[in-house]
Write a protein that binds this ligand. Structure first.
Ligand SMILES: [Zn+2]
Length: 87
């Protein structure tokens, strides 16, 4: 047996935590390794990059006006920002 670390298990554990709640191993994984996870720019929650984050686009079709100042927002924050924008 090797000292293989099960990153899938770590990633499952860190999902939906806020960035400041992560331990050193989890932060290292998120900051320095290619994972499917990313943090929301507004609330710092860790979510799935592809399915649970909105990404700011740089073309007219993909640019979200409500995301000004953010690169990535989780579903919840995006909905809130979008509501603020349309008032
Ligand atoms: Zn958020």
């Amino acid at each position: 047996m090797s000292n293989y670390v099960n990153t899938d298990e770590i990633m499952d554990n860190m999902k939906y935590k806020k960035y400041y709640q992560l331990n050193a191993v989890e932060k290292d994984l998120l900051d320095n390794h290619d994972t499917d996870l990313n943090t929301c720019n507004k609330c710092d929650i860790v979510v799935d990059s592809a399915n649970e984050l909105y990404w700011q686009g740089d073309s007219l079709d993909t640019y979200h006006k409500c995301m000004q100042g953010y690169d990535a927002l989780c579903d919840d924050c995006f909905v809130k920002e979008n509501e603020n924008e349309s008032i």
